[in-house]
Design a binder for this molecule. Sequence first.
Ligand SMILES: [Zn+2]
Length: 681
Amino acid sequence: MVRGGLLLRWIVVTGALAIAAGCAREAERAAAPPARPALLLVTLDTTRADALAPEADAAVTPGFAALAARGLRFRQAYATAPATLPSHSSMMTGLTPAGHGVRENGRRLSDRIPVVAERLRQLGYGTAAFVSGYPLERQFGLARGFERYDDEFERGKVERSSRETTDRALAWLASTDSRPRFLWVHYYDPHEPYAPPEPFRSRFPGNPYQGEVAAMDEQLGRLLAAFEASRGGREVRIIVAADHGEGRGDHGEMLHGNLLYQGVMRVPLVLAGDGIAPGTRSDPVSLRQIHATLLGWAGERADGGLLAPADGPVLGEAMQPFLNYRWQPQVMAVAGRHKLILSGRLELYDVVDDPREERDLAKTVVPDRGLLRAVAGYPLPGQSGDAPPTAPASEEERRRLASLGYLVSGETPKAVPAGAPRAADMTPLFADLDAASLDFADERYASAARAFERILARDPGNLMTAVRLAVCQSLLGRDRAALSAFDLAAHIDPGSVEVRHYLGMHYLKGGQDELAAPHFEAVLKAQPDRLAAIEGLAKIRARQGRLAEAAALLEGSVPLARDTGSRLVEVGLLRMELGETGPAIAALERARDSQGPAFRRDLELGVLYLATRRLDDARSALDRVPPDHPAAAMALFKRAQVSVLLREPDSRARIRTAWEHADPATRRLIADERLFAGMVP
Ligand SMILES: [Zn+2]
């Protein structure tokens, strides 16, 4: 009876479980997330719309031509800025540069601003990004939300080829994953210097830029085919766009970043995939709409996607000349066929009838009021609406960006200087500015200094040029010339943080600590995260014997330091010197965690543990000191002390070993050690 009852209950319970499981499966089916499509975003750096088919010959870029033929192509798509990081930040956030705050390369997108990859990951996407150029390395803030963010370039390189990037992306696509995928691939080949691989070098002998585009297009074709093949029964959606174009001489601009004309701002853009009808659209759209488009495809409610009708004028900006040279800020707005540029004065173009923008209509045609309001109301850097300020670029980041032709200002002017020139009127200076920037990055300081002097002769209010001239002279050891260039820079902008920072560096280099310190203090008041200023001031304080201040400064810089482990070691040793045993142990323990097997401070740590009578910790730390350590004899001595205190049976043998390996100074310590009384050989 009992058994029967148990069995019955068992049957009833398991039956009920089976039924419950069935209901759960039913409910799961009902609430199952919609089958989300696989998403691919490809961004082509520095690629003009007319460098790709069908605007260029289809034979030149067959990969893009095939995609455009089966997709929806936008003939009037605009970048939000002619610079890599600001433009990509707009695609990833849906915001203008005024909204996300990244107005130039070398800044960092604030962690407070949501990015599309984060949301897609929350929705169950497997996410990966493969980028090819230094301006998009992870420290600049776009890696958030990507389970894999591949920005590994060969040592010392600032870019990698589309072939290498594609190889890596294809390997990721070949891995198994039942989740839908979001893949972002960024190609950098067309960015100057133009050096296409064979056979493209020979195929485009007089036009290496087009050769780079063609080489990239071949990889785009490979990537698209592999992505389609990895769909695993899912629908796919694809976006291919350039982040900005290249001047190629239009309006006097060879590269990009300084002006707002069509060659750099109008970009190729195609959507393709399941459910997207082939066609072309001629109304203006913005690359920042990519954000909402991706979210919409993933099943999110998102306004403002590219498939929705246009919502207000398309906005763009070019702030690098304002931030760096103190020239006029530049803002543009496009609606229909009209493009309005505000930079000191207004320019108006009919970009449909006059795509080369040769006829400025501002004097004859009254611009649409919506366009006027858009450019006049667009927030300048430093005005409200700007995202939170972010840490300025480090010296190393500046050097690397300069090697790509990008200047980084590192500060935001409070206002437009009276009489500031318009970038469009300064084009004769562009070549010198580009060349000087490269010379500077490659450490050809004498040649850079000559170019900076030529620029200043024609543009005496050019702040960054004055600062860079001063830095060149300082690095060349020309003290008086350096100080006079610093004077000029301080005269251009008395409040400039850059001037004070580099003046501090100049005095530090010359060992004039008393002169350098107040400059670094002023810099850190304005930019508390400026690592080089923290390190400079810490060095000065240590030299002045103000070790506690040096330690506090370095401790504060741990999260900013490139090499956290080494910085923690520095802090630990300073604390040790100060006799602060607890904080010294804490810093060295963190360094050990951070450095793993590369940690080399077990002797110091063992000594500190011993001092606090943490004998077991001391023993393990001292046992880790390698026999080839320069102070191995000291380690043996300390280990023998620990051994005696722990009453280990082999303490006597340890003392003997320590004695045998000791130099005369350590032998004296051993002989005098009271713990060893009667045990010294
Ligand atoms: Zn770019």
